[in-house]
Design a binder for this molecule. Sequence first.
Ligand code: PMP
Length: 458
Amino acid sequence: MDTATFNDIGAVVEADRAHVWHHLTQHKAFETIDPRVVVEGKGLRVWDATGRETLDAVSGGVWTVNVGYGRESIANAVRDQLLKMNYFAGAAGSVPGAIFAQMLTDKMPGLTRVYYSNSGSEANEKAYKMVRQIAHAKHGGKKWKILYRERDYHGTTIAALASGGQEERKSMYGPFPEGFIPVPHCLEYRSQWGDVADYGLRAANAIEEVILREGADTVGAIILEPVTAGGGVITPPEGYWPRVQEICKQYGLLLIIDEVVCGVGRTGKWFGYQQYDIQPDIVTMAKGLASGYAAISCTVTTEAVFEMFKDAADPMAHFRDISTFGGCTAGPAAAIENMRIIEEEDLLGNTTAMGERLMGNLHKLMEKHSVIGDVRGKGLFCGAELVADRATKEPMAESKVAAVVAAVMKRGVQIGMTNRSLPGFNNTLCLSPALIVTAAQIDQITDAIDGALTEVCG
Ligand code: PMP
């Protein structure tokens, strides 16, 4: 067969079917249907190989394209930088790397240092390696354990997966490295302690119980998403975060906040943790940093964390880590322009306003459709949990949730659903349009859900 070319889309689809292994996909389906190949995007609109147009309400599938498709100024910034200096590895800095680190930390009071890599998983691995090195260098090998929360997700590599709270993602990939310890989730709608008055406090205190069980001298850090994303769009309950911060201080835990989804505007502030007045020690981010125009992730730390790696008397005390493509300049060049766009177009303001409209619309849908058990979210990061029975909260069958998502797609809108999961957690519709979304597009998204729920659930 001849090699497919850019302007023979039929051949491209066949090349895809024959040679590409898609993420998160059961390929058996492609024996009877064509794989979906996306061809073009503009704003929130996407066209696939069949010429079909959809409104993308999930920012590229996984909360990534925050400033929308087709941004010429980002493409130009990347092009100019690549022609001037595309890459240099290791100890050398770069012009866009330095500028973006300054711009970024400017938005993050209390944090000062930026460590570059390429994906969310990698950014979290860097954070874990920092914790482990601090354990060896400063705590005599103690404080090496890292706590993570049920339902949170921190990436796909083996250690990142070890710290993931979604069992269905882990079950085929063990054994895992030691020292990653779960703490209970904080989804009040599915309270694991019944009807408690102070659920947020109860869920935070459950972290303390784990620390005391493990021994505070063995636990070095906890990693948490500000709002849990793929695990069910879980907004923290009242009182949760202040108590978590208190517990971290009391037991000397570094607080790692995973902003891979919430970061760079998604919730209506630059970072999700800023919605809850948290002061983290380490913050990781990826996806929306450059809106998918280039691969980039950052592990951002306080000066106090950084200082622990700066002992001139011990030449081995520096962070003994490298990321080859952390030396690519396309990432920070794109991220600079991405941040400039968010500022210039007041996309934080738009996110807050449009997020309120989206939540308002979802609450109206809830009045009409009894299969919506709960709606949750912050900014343009919303979820609607579907149930078979609102009174008993029995989860809607996963196949039926998938049918709803397909029926929404039939109406020209792409939404997502939380990952295949433990019973009771695989039933949340995910909505996260680009931060440029308009009121008319928000209504188009919720109208499509309205129609789909009527079609599938009656
Ligand atoms: N953290 C969170 C909260 C995520 O949602 C993801 C990806 N979905 C990751 C980390 C991992 O990011 P990546 O896929 O870029 O490795």
